[in-house]
Design a protein around this ligand. Structure first.
Ligand code: AMP
Length: 596
C-alpha cells in the first residue's frame, strides 16, 4: 500500500492512497510504480497510457492536459482489465477514469452493448453519456445511449435496436429493459457502478444486485463511490474479483479553489439578504440551495420579482423539464438556479461561480457536495452560507469537514451594491461602444434620431448620452436606497469573538426597527456615512435651525446613504419647512417624516 500526496491536476490537492491487490500483482500492477502520480513528467499527459490518437485528440480539444490522480491510478488498471473499487467523489475526474479505458478497449464492429454504466440519477446518467460522447468524437462508429425513467420507452428501444456499445442508465429503467429483452447484455465486457453509495441511499441496491446477477461470468466490474458503507463493501466483495482499490480523498473540499464565507442573518431577513448577495456577488451562474421544495419556490418568486432570470430544480419538476433547465443554465439563458439537494446532486455545470447555501445543509457531507457545484474543472468559485443566529453552532462542524475556517461576511450594504451597479453600467457602456448591438442599417437610423433630437433641443452630446443612459435603466432606480436593517446578532455570551467575525454593520449601532420613544417622532434625512456625516453635524444643524436644545434631539442612526433622527413631536410647519431647506456638509438634508 502506498500513500501519496499528489497535486490533483485541477489545482486541488488530494490525498491519494493506491492499494494494489497483492494476489494479482505480477501481471496486473501498473507498468509504472504506484508512485506514478507524483513522478510523472509534466509533459507526458495522457499519452503515457498508450491511448489511441483519436482519444488523445479529443482530450486535447476539451482541454484535459494532465490526468487527475484518480485517472493516473485507475486508467492503467482498467486497461489491464482488472476489477476496480474507487473511492472518489464527483469532481475528481472519475468519469474519464473509467470512460477512457472503456473506449480504448471497445470493439467498434460489435453493435451489442459492451459497457453498461449504472448511475443513481438521470442527470448523472446524462452527464456520463455526454462525457463518453465528447471523448469519442474522433472514434467513428461509437454509439452511447442514456436510458432512464421518465423518458420515452419506445424511443429508447428504437435506439437500442439500432445498436449501441455503451449504455448509461438508472437501475430501474435498465432492469425494465433487461426484463423485456430490449437490452441484450450477452456481449457485455464491463459494468460500472457510478456513485454506488448514492444508489444505495436512494434504495436502488436490490436492482443493482439483480443486474449484477444477470451479467456474463466473464466481465469486468468497476465500482465508484464517494463513501464506503458496509453494504457497498459487501457488494464489492461478492461481485468483484481481486479488485484494485483506489482511494482519493479530496482535501479540504477543494480548499484552494472555493472561497467560503458565511453571513449571519435573522430568518425573516433571508430573502432580502439573498437579493443583496446576488446584486453584490452574483455574476456568472449561481446555484441557491434550499431545504424544501416550497422554499425553492418562495425564493424563485422573490428573485423573479426583482428581475432575475431564475429556474427551479426540485423533486416536482418533471424530468424533461429538468434537462432543459440544466441546459438553460449551462448556456447562460438563466443565471440563477434554485434547487434542493436531491435535485442538484451530480450537477456539473462549469459556469457556476457562486453557490449560496440559503438554508444550512443537513450535514457536512451535503455542505461539501453543495459547494462542490462551483469551482468546477479548475475554475475558482465562491460559496456563501446563510446562518441564523441559532444555526451559528453548526459552523464549527462545517469548518472541520472542510478543514479550514469559513470567513465571516456582512450583508452587502447599499454603498457596495450601488458601487457595483455603477461599475456594471460603466462596463456595459464600454462594451456597447466596442461591440454594437445593432447592424449598420439600424445604427444609421439611431444616429439620425440622435442628430435630430440634438438639433431640435439644441443640446450637447453629453446631455443626449445622459438621457440615453437613463433610458437604459428602464424605469428601475439607479441607486438602491432601501433600509439597511441587517442587524447582525451579537455573539452568544461566553462565545469567543471570531477573528473577522460578525460585527454590527456600520451605522447600525441602534436597531432601526425600535420605534421612537414616547413623545418623539422619526425623521429621515438623505445623508449617510457615504457623505461622512457624523451625529454632531446633524445635532448642530438641527439645533441651530430649530432652536431646539441639543439634548431634546433623540436617537440618531446613520446608515450608508441616509440617517434617521428622532425629534420631539409637534414640530410647527414653518420650522419643518426651515429644516427642509437646510444644508449640512454642503448637501441638502432633504428631511422627511417617517410614517409610523
Ligand atoms: P468528474 O469527477 O468526472 O465529474 O469530473 C469533474 C470535472 O473535471 C468535469 O467537468 C470534467 O470534464 C473535468 N475533468 C476531468 N478530467 C480532467 C482532466 N484531466 N483535466 C481537466 N479537467 C478534467
Amino acid at each position: 500500500m502506498t500513500d501519496l500526496l499528489a497535486d490533483g491536476g485541477f489545482g486541488c490537492s488530494v490525498d491519494l492512497e493506491l492499494r494494489v491487490d497483492t494476489v494479482a500483482e505480477t501481471e496486473t500492477t501498473p507498468v509504472e510504480e504506484p508512485s506514478v502520480t507524483a513522478d510523472v513528467p509534466a509533459a507526458s499527459g495522457f499519452a503515457r497510457f498508450g491511448l489511441g490518437s483519436e482519444l488523445l485528440q479529443a482530450l486535447a480539444a476539451i482541454g484535459y492536459e494532465e490526468p487527475s490522480p484518480i485517472q493516473a491510478a485507475a486508467i492503467p488498471e482498467l486497461l489491464l482489465g482488472r476489477d476496480l473499487v474507487g473511492q472518489a467523489q464527483t469532481g475528481t475526474g472519475k468519469t474519464a477514469a473509467f470512460a477512457l479505458p472503456m473506449l480504448a478497449a471497445l470493439d467498434r464492429e460489435q453493435r451489442k452493448p459492451q459497457v453498461l454504466v449504472l448511475a443513481p440519477t438521470r442527470e448523472l446518467a446524462l452527464q456520463v453519456a455526454e462525457a463518453f460522447n465528447s471523448y469519442s468524437t474522433h472514434l467513428s462508429g461509437v454509439r452511447t445511449l442514456a436510458i432512464y425513467g421518465g423518458a420515452d420507452f419506445r424511443d429508447q428501444i428504437h435506439h437500442l435496436k439500432r445498436g449501441v456499445q455503451i449504455v448509461v442508465g438508472t437501475p430501474g429503467r435498465v432492469m425494465d429493459h433487461m426484463r423485456q429483452g430490449t437490452l441484450d447484455l450477452s456481449a457485455l465486457r464491463t459494468l460500472v457502478l457510478d456513485e454506488a453509495d448514492e444508489m444505495l441511499r436512494m434504495g436502488f441496491i436490490d436492482d443493482v444486485e439483480w443486474v449484477l446477477e444477470q451479467l456474463p461470468k466473464q466481465r469486468q466490474v468497476v465500482l465508484f463511490s464517494a463513501t464506503m458503507p458496509a453494504e457497498i463493501r459487501r457488494i464489492s466483495q461478492k461481485y468483484l474479483s481481486s479488485p484494485a482499490e483506489i482511494t482519493i480523498r479530496q482535501k479540504a473540499a477543494d480548499a484552494g479553489r472555493i472561497r467560503q464565507r458565511f453571513l449571519t442573518v435573522n430568518a425573516p431577513q433571508k430573502l432580502a439578504a439573498l437579493e443583496r448577495v446576488l446584486e453584490a456577488e452574483g455574476g456568472e451562474g449561481v446555484i441557491i440551495f434550499a431545504r424544501t421544495k416550497a422554499i425553492t419556490l418562495t425564493i424563485a418568486e422573490s428573485l423573479e420579482r426583482h428581475g432575475h432570470d431564475v429556474a427551479v430544480l426540485n423533486g416536482d419538476v418533471p424530468q424533461a423539464q429538468r434537462e432543459r433547465t440544466i441546459d438553460r443554465l449551462r448556456s447562460g439563458q438563466v443565471d440563477v438556479l434554485v434547487a434542493t439537494d436531491v435535485a442538484a446532486r451530480g450537477l456539473d455545470v462549469e459556469r457556476i461561480g457562486l453557490v449560496v447555501n440559503y438554508d444550512v445543509p443537513f450535514d457536512s457531507e451535503a455542505y461539501v457536495h453543495r459547494i462542490g457545484r462551483t469551482g468546477r474543472a479548475g475554475r475558482s468559485g465562491e460559496a456563501i452560507l446563510f446562518l441564523t443566529p441559532r444555526e451559528r453552532r453548526f459552523l464549527h462542524g462545517l469548518e472541520r469537514a472542510v478543514g479550514r475556517p469559513i470567513e465571516a461576511m456582512e450583508v452587502p450594504s447599499n454603498a457596495t451594491i450601488n458601487q457595483n451597479r455603477l461599475d456594471r453600467l460603466r462596463q456595459r457602456l464600454t462594451a456597447g461602444l466596442q461591440t454594437p448591438a445593432t447592424n449598420a442599417e439600424e445604427r444609421a437610423l439611431l444616429s439620425e434620431i440622435v442628430q435630430r433630437v440634438a438639433q431640435e433641443q439644441g443640446c450637447s452630446s453629453e446631455a443626449l448620452a445622459l438621457a440615453a443612459l437613463e433610458l437604459s435603466l428602464a424605469g428601475r432606480p439607479l441607486l438602491l436606497q432601501a433600509e439597511e436593517t441587517f442587524t447582525v446578532p451579537r455573539q452568544a455570551p461566553g462565545q469567543a469573538e471570531r477573528q473577522g467575525g460578525a460585527r454590527p454593520v456600520r451605522g447600525e449601532r441602534e436597531r432601526a426597527s425600535r420605534p421612537p420613544e414616547g413623545n418623539m417622532e422619526r425623521f429621515r434625512i438623505e445623508l449617510g456615512w457615504r457623505d461622512r456625516v457624523k451625529p454632531g453635524n446633524i445635532v448642530g444643524a438641527i439645533a441651530n435651525e430649530t432652536g431646539l436644545n441639543g439634548k431634546s434631539i433623540g436617537r440618531i442612526q446613520i446608515f450608508d446613504t441616509h440617517s434617521m433622527v428622532d425629534l420631539p413631536q409637534g414640530m410647527p410647519p414653518e420650522v419643518f419647512e426651515g429644516l427642509r431647506q437646510l444644508r449640512v456638509l454642503n448637501k441638502p438634508l432633504q428631511i422627511s417624516r417617517v410614517q409610523a
